[in-house]
Design a protein around this ligand. Structure first.
Ligand code: SAH
Length: 253
């Protein structure tokens, strides 16, 4: 029977695939994959499957979503076990809904396996908690993009980013200065700590700055995918405070 599995591949490091993801990947006849950071490492799970690149990276050659949906359905209709391997978690800016709808319309059974979204991998790498008692009790995963564009008229991302304690901006690095300026103009403190994380979970840049510095300076050219993260949870002071508390706990134990 035709079968499609949408699998979250996690942020890049193949070790961050779940056991379930690895197991179902190993059963695939064909794997349609995104621009994954370590695709060779993931191929170990299904070395005999046919691996087909259908990635979308801004500013690079990319495959249209509609074509990807048609490809998934057409492979499945040939009776193949199809895995659609998507970066991070498929439900976070992953066009999961369109792919499920295409399968359902073709009466193909779909299963979804969640993955680690890049924000969580970046937080782990920074050893920063996205929620932090007394400092942050809301986290927003936001993108300023509407489809392929960044529009001046859409301010929904801004309202959400101003309201949340911790903000993670996906697909935002190309406009980092403009976004920084808009956040300050909207009322976010210019001292807000910012972390820019490239290639989370694998080797990449990790830059610390204030929102004012983000707004005033262009980011260096970073070849990998990038997250802009901001909020008091990223302040060194809060982290030092926690370290002190941890030491006190250790002394007390
Ligand atoms: N579903 C993915 C997000 C897809 S949108 C997830 O859950 O992570 C693509 C954007 O995700 C990129 O533009 C970048 O902002 C972010 N991204 C994906 N992988 C990343 C990584 N390893 N390091 C930093 N940012 C990453």
């Amino acid at each position: 029977m035709s079968r499609v599995t949408l699998i979250g591949a996690g942020p890049g490091d193949p070790e961050l695939l779940t056991r379930k993801a690895w197991r179902l990947l190993s059963l695939a006849d064909v794997v349609l994959h995104d621009a994954l950071l370590d695709v060779e490492g993931m191929k170990e799970a299904a070395p005999h499957a046919q691996w087909v690149y259908v990635g979308k990276r801004l500013g690079r050659l990319s495959v249209e979503q509609e074509f990807i949906c048609r490809l998934i359905v057409s492979y499945a209709k040939q009776g193949l076990n199809v895995v659609r391997l998507k970066g991070g978690d498929p439900s976070i800016f992953g066009r999961m809904a369109e792919e499920i709808a295409a399968c359902q319309a073709a009466q193909i059974t779909v299963e979804v396996v969640p993955g680690i979204t890049s924000a969580c991998a970046a937080a782990a790498q920074l050893q920063t908690s996205l929620t932090l008692r007394g400092v942050s009790r809301s986290v927003a995963f936001v993108t300023p993009r509407v489809g392929k564009r960044l529009t001046d008229t859409d301010t929904e991302w801004l309202a959400v980013s101003l309201a949340a304690n911790t903000v993670v901006l996906y697909m935002a690095s190309a406009q980092s200065q403009t976004l920084g300026q808009q956040l300050i103009a909207g009322g976010k403190s210019s001292d807000t700590p910012v972390c820019v994380v490239e290639n989370a979970s694998l080797e990449g840049a990790c830059l610390h700055m204030t929102l004012r510095e983000l707004a005033d300076n262009a980011l260096p050219d970073l070849p990998g995918p990038v997250l802009l993260m901001l909020g008091e949870a990223f302040s060194r002071a809060n982290q030092t405070h926690l370290e002190e508390r941890a030491q006190l706990c250790a002394i007390g134990s």
